[in-house]
Design a protein around this ligand. Structure first.
Ligand SMILES: [Ca+2]
Length: 343
C-alpha cells in the first residue's frame, strides 16, 4: 500500500514536470517566432529537467522492482500458507480415518457382545435336567422342559434322575414294565413314544438336540437276579435326521463291557428304514429301532421277555458284554448329562 502510494505520488510529480517542460517548449517555440532566443539559459533548464526526469524514472523503476519483489513475497507467503493448509487437511483426514477405524472396532466389539449375550442367557435357560438341577431341582421325577426359541426346541416332558451318580441326568430310554412295544417305525422313533414314568424312547430328534453340547451317556442294566451293571461313555452325540441320527460314542468306562462300540458310527434303523451295514434287515430281525451294524452287540430296544423266556431269543433286550446274545435284561435305563455338569 505504501509503495503504491509512493508510485502514485511519483507519477503525479513526473506528469507535473513533463507538463512544465512542454509548456516551456511551447514558450520556446513561441519565443523563437517572435524574438531571438537565449539558447544558454533555455538549454540549461531543459538539461536540468531531463536530469530530473531521468532521476524520477530510475526512482520509479526502482519502486516497480520493489513492488514486484513485494508481490513475489506475498505470492510465496500465500503458497506457503496453502502448503500449511494442505498439511493440516492431510492431518485431519488421517485423524478422521483413525477415528473411523476405532469406531469400526468398537462396533465389532459391540456386535460380538450382542451375539454372546443370548449364549450367556442359554446357560441360564432350562433345556435339560442338568440345568434344572443347577436351579436346585434335586428330586427325581417328571419335569416339563420349556420351549426354547433360541435352541429351536419344543416343550418337552422328561424324566430327571436327580439322585443317582450326582444327578442332573435326562433319561432318554427306559425298559422296566414291558407292556410297550419298541418295534416301531421311523416317525415314532423320531418323535418318541411310551410313558415318561414307564417304558419310553424320548425321540431321536430330542436326543439330537440334547447332545449338541458335549454329552455323557450312562447305561444302567439290571438282570433277572437283581444284579446291576453299567456302561458309561464320556462322549455321546447323535447327528440330525438328514444324517440318519448317526451315533458317535467314545471314552467307555464301566463294568458291563463296551457293547455299544460295535454300533459306533452307524445310522439309526427302524422296521421301515434299513440304514444298517448288513444285507439283512436288522431292525426287522431284532424287532426294534437302534443303531444297527450287522447286526448287534447290544439291542437295548429289543423285545421285552419275561422271567422264564428271557434266555431263549436273539431279539431280546441284550448286552453281549454281560449276559450275551440270548439273555434279555429285566431293566434298562439310558440317561445323558452335559460333560460340563458339576454335581
Ligand atoms: Ca440292511
Amino acid at each position: 500500500m505504501k509503495s503504491m502510494k509512493l508510485t502514485a505520488t511519483a507519477l503525479a510529480l513526473l506528469l507535473l514536470v513533463l507538463d512544465h517542460a512542454m509548456a516551456q517548449g511551447g514558450l520556446k517555440k513561441n519565443l523563437a517566432t517572435t524574438k531571438p532566443a537565449k539558447p544558454a539559459q533555455c538549454c540549461d533548464e531543459v538539461r536540468s529537467l531531463k536530469v530530473q526526469v531521468a532521476n524520477l524514472s530510475s526512482m520509479l523503476e526502482e519502486m516497480n522492482k520493489k513492488q514486484e519483489s513485494d508481490l513475489m513475497k506475498v505470492v510465496r507467503q500465500m503458497m506457503e500458507l496453502e502448503k500449511h493448509n494442505q498439511q493440516h487437511e492431510a492431518r485431519v483426514t488421517e485423524a478422521e480415518s483413525k477415528y473411523s477405524e476405532i469406531y469400526n472396532q468398537l462396533e465389532i466389539m459391540q456386535l460380538q457382545a450382542a451375539q454372546s449375550a443370548p449364549q450367556q442367557s442359554t446357560s441360564d435357560a432350562i433345556y435339560d435336567c442338568a440345568s434344572l438341577y443347577s436351579r436346585s431341582y434335586k428330586i427325581s421325577g417328571e419335569y416339563k422342559l420349556p420351549k426354547d426359541d433360541f435352541l429351536g426346541t419344543p416343550e418337552l416332558n422328561v424324566y430327571c434322575d436327580m439322585e443317582n451318580n450326582g444327578g442332573g441326568w435326562t433319561v432318554i430310554q427306559r425298559r422296566k414294565i414291558g407292556l410297550t412295544s419298541f418295534d416301531r417305525d421311523w416317525k415314532q422313533y423320531k418323535n418318541g413314544f411310551g410313558t415318561i414314568r414307564g417304558d419310553f424312547w424320548l425321540g431321536n430328534e430330542h436326543i439330537f438336540r440334547l447332545t449338541r453340547q458335549p454329552t455323557v451317556l450312562r447305561i444302567e442294566l439290571e438282570d433277572w437276579e437283581g444284579k446291576t451293571r453299567y456302561a458309561e461313555y464320556g462322549f455321546f452325540t447323535v447327528s440330525n435326521e438328514m444324517n440318519s441320527y448317526k451315533l458317535f460314542i467314545a471314552n467307555y468306562s464301566g463294568n458291563a463291557g463296551d457293547s455299544l462300540r460295535y454300533h459306533n458310527n452307524t445310522n439309526f434303523s427302524t422296521n421301515n428304514k434299513d440304514n444298517d451295514k448288513c444285507v439283512d434287515n436288522c431292525a426287522q430281525l431284532r424287532h426294534g429301532g437302534y443303531w444297527y451294524n450287522c447286526c448287534t452287540d447290544s439291542n437295548l430296544n429289543g423285545v421285552f421277555y419275561r422271567y422264564g423266556s428271557h434266555t431263549k431269543n436273539p431279539d431280546g433286550i441284550s448286552w453281549y458284554g454281560w449276559h450275551g446274545q440270548h439273555y434279555s435284561l429285566k431293566r434298562v435305563e439310558m440317561k445323558i448329562r452335559p460333560q460340563s455338569f458339576v454335581p
